[in-house]
Design a protein around this ligand. Structure first.
Ligand code: ADP
Ligand code: MG
Length: 683
């Protein structure tokens, strides 16, 4: 029997392995099973080249747990190891500066294990003692038993074993007993070994017999040795892709599209990416793409490897060329990884482009679901924008779809304003903004439906990308001013009458926190509504942006500002004005005449002072002007008082305001109750 020390420079590597790799203990199983698979693959290669002439036979890798003995055994019928090979590959894990390195990467078990080829030694994360019982495929090889109890000392001796291959036996540590549970092991095997290229058996298949579960003779194979990404797209049918998707994500709806990735130059990468169908934005989840290295599961956090927007996709990527044993920050700067990322972006864009070209109908049908992915890509990735701007769609409020170019052509004639800007009208809620949409359509405009989660930033981006273009929400102004074309306008009411009207309504607007109403009067035509509420595009959009972008909270704090436009052509508004004028005449006449006198005097004074320097004007005149202005203000306040007093009891004013608010979903609480009561009274 041979005794010796494992060639590490550190006093005792095992406590370090255990301590620092605590969080990722479970990967020991991946390391040991993939070693068994490697050994099997190597033997197959030797058989293919004729170096191994025996029977290959059953090559299944087996994983067993024995709760009584407290052991986990991983067995293979691969190429095995001779005594010399054990010495070379297992005993001499010499490296320097181990402590430093472990300290640096203590949070990244993959990095440590991969870096040192510690794969096998990860067994000590869960075992107090490990045995290797192995016999090489070589004719004269003796069966060997290696044993190590977690100190740097090991023993190596001859043993009995007839068959070629290797058993790794772990004597599981007391604090790791969970790994002896079938359910735990099964969970780990399906996570890490689901697609290994050699069959892996975990116990026997069970079946129901006489009301209880009994074991059958058949191996319980936990893996699919030929997952679809290892096959050629030409060998696969639509159903194969769908089935694979169902296996991976049993809870998900059928995917929208998939993309089969297959490169071997300048790097090696295969995989299948799926565009998931999401029921709501809550379903949007990262970490659904699984990353494999030669069919061994590595991770499901692919940030830094695939472009950010594609982390929302589902599927599998397999590449031996992604340096997985390094830190994340290194990964992002790695040129191979950058190439991979660019390649995937291009591949995804090309695939979407071809679906768009070959089956526009299908593309349109799926657009609403696809939109979020494509918009996200366009917003975050310039090279993707370039490609996607050819097939990205706009949907209008009649559910028709257009490419950017098609839409531009459609609205060019009717929606260009006097300065040559193309005005894109949009709604973000077809029901709530129905009236405005309807008005715009009647005017011959087209209205887009931009109700997506990313439409606010999209609009901002498109305004920069498109030349001389503006996006304006249909309710951001009265119809005549949405697209200003210097058309003939209706006769406006005299200024003072407009003011009377505004005053009548302004005083009666409900007081809502953080909301301000600006009231104005305009001739909008007899058939238009008596009152229209609008919200200016700029402020509203700034507030929208503030809600999704940190650092813009200034706008978020601003009150919501609305315009209330009174239609002076409308019968009811005319009626309110004339009734108010006659009802208030008696009180208003003295105020009005006083105002007229004061205004006259003010104008005289202004005229007298015109062109004079301040010191040339007599103090008495200055004082008089001040006094007159004060009096004018007082009279105006008085006038407002009179009108407000009148309007306070005017049911028509209140009813009109409430109807306008109601139409914009702004009539709530007590105001709504009052409205209902008043309406009933009026019927
Ligand atoms: P790696 O797999 O990266 O080479 P490991 O630490 O996992 O590093 O394994 C070290 C070496 O031990 C392997 O390269 C292989 O030569 C040998 N080995 C490990 N497990 C087996 C096995 N089941 N059968 C044959 N050889 C094995
Ligand atoms: Mg290994």
């Amino acid at each position: 029997m041979q005794k010796g020390n494992i060639g590490v420079t550190t006093e005792n590597i095992f406590p370090i392995i255990k301590k620092f790799l605590y969080s990722d203990h479970e990967i020991f199983l991946r390391e040991l099973v993939s070693n068994a698979v490697d050994a099997t693959q190597k033997l197959k290669t030797l058989a293919a080249t004729g170096e191994f002439k025996g029977e290959l036979g059953d090559l299944t890798v087996r994983v067993k747990a024995d709760k009584d003995k407290g052991t986990i055994t991983i067995s293979d019928r691969g190429l095995g190891m001779t005594a010399e090979e054990i010495d070379k590959y297992i005993n001499q894990i010499a490296f320097s500066g181990a402590n430093d390195f472990l300290e640096k990467y203590k949070d990244d078990a993959n990095a440590i294990i991969g870096h040192f080829g510690l794969g096998f030694y990860s067994a000590f994360m869960v075992a107090k003692k490990v045995e290797i019982i192995t016999r090489s495929y070589k004719d004269d090889a003796k069966a060997m038993k290696w044993s190590c109890d977690g100190s740097p000392e090991f023993t190596l001796e001859e043993t009995e074993r007839n068959d070629r291959g290797t058993d790794i036996i772990l004597y599981v540590d007391d604090d790791c007993k969970e790994f002896l549970e079938d359910s735990r092991l099964h969970g780990l095997l399906t996570k890490y070994c689901h697609f290994l290229p050699v069959p892996v058996a975990f116990g026997k298949k069970k079946e129901w017999k006489d009301g209880k579960q009994v074991e059958t003779e058949e191996d319980n194979i936990i893996n699919d040795t030929c997952p679809i990404w290892t096959k050629k797209p030409s060998e696969l049918k639509e159903e194969d892709y769908k089935k694979f998707y169902r296996d991976l994500y049993p809870m998900s709806d059928e995917p929208l599209f998939w993309i089969h990735l297959n490169v071997d130059y300048p790097f090696n990468l295969t995989g299948v990416l799926y565009f998931p169908k999401i029921k709501s934005n809550i379903d949007l989840q990262r970490n659904k793409i699984q990353l494999y290295c030669n069919q061994v599961y590595v991770t499901d956090s692919v940030e830094g490897i695939v472009p950010d927007f594609l982390t929302l996709l589902h599927g599998v990527i397999d590449s031996p060329d992604i340096p997985l044993n390094v830190s994340r920050s290194y990964l992002q700067s790695d040129s191979n990884v950058k190439k991979i990322s660019t390649y995937i972006t291009k591949k995804v864009a090309d695939r979407l482009q071809s679906i768009f070209k070959n089956d526009r109908k299908e593309f349109e049908e799926k657009w609403d679901d696809l939109k979020i992915f494509i918009n996200y890509g366009m917003l975050t990735q310039e090279d993707f924008y370039e490609k996607a701007s050819k097939f990205a769609l706009f949907k209008d409020t009649d559910n028709k779809y257009y490419t950017f170019e098609e839409y531009q052509t459609l609205i060019k004639d009717s929606q260009t304003d006097k300065d040559g800007n193309l005005i894109y009208l949009y709604a973000n809620n077809a029901d709530e903004q129905y009236t405005y949409i309807d008005a715009a359509k009647n005017k011959g405009y087209n209205v887009l439906l931009l109700d997506g989660q990313l439409d606010v930033p999209m609009i901002n981006m498109l305004e920069q990308k498109f030349e001389k273009s503006h996006f304006t929400r249909v309710d951001s102004d009265i119809i005549d001013r949405l697209i200003v074309k210097e058309e003939q306008k209706g006769e406006e009411l005299p200024q003072d009458k407009q003011e009377v009207l505004s005053t009548l309504f302004k005083g009666q607007m409900p007081k809502v926190k953080k909301t301000e109403f600006h009231v104005e009067a305009h001739a909008l035509g007899e058939s238009a509504a008596p009152i229209v509420i609008t919200q200016a595009e700029y402020m509203r959009r700034m507030k929208d942006m503030a809600s999704i972008q940190p650092g813009m909270s200034f706008y978020g704090e601003m009150p919501d500002m609305f315009n209330l436009v009174l239609n002076t052509d409308h019968r009811l508004i005319k009626q309110v004005l004339s009734e108010a004028e006659s009802a208030c005449a008696e009180k208003l006449v003295p105020v009005e005449s006083e105002l007229a006198m004061l205004t006259l005097r003010r104008n005289e004074l202004h005229k007298a002072q015109e062109g004079k320097k301040d010191e040339e004007i007599p103090t008495t005149e200055k004082d008089e002007l001040k006094d007159v202005e004060k009096k004018i203000d007082a009279q105006k306040a008085e006038k407002e008082n009179i009108l407000n007093g009148y309007a306070a009891d005017n049911k028509v004013v209140h009813q009109l305001i409430d109807l306008a608010l109601l139409q914009n979903n702004m009539l709530k609480g007590e105001a709504l109750t009052n409205f209902v009561k008043r309406s009933v009274e009026m019927i």
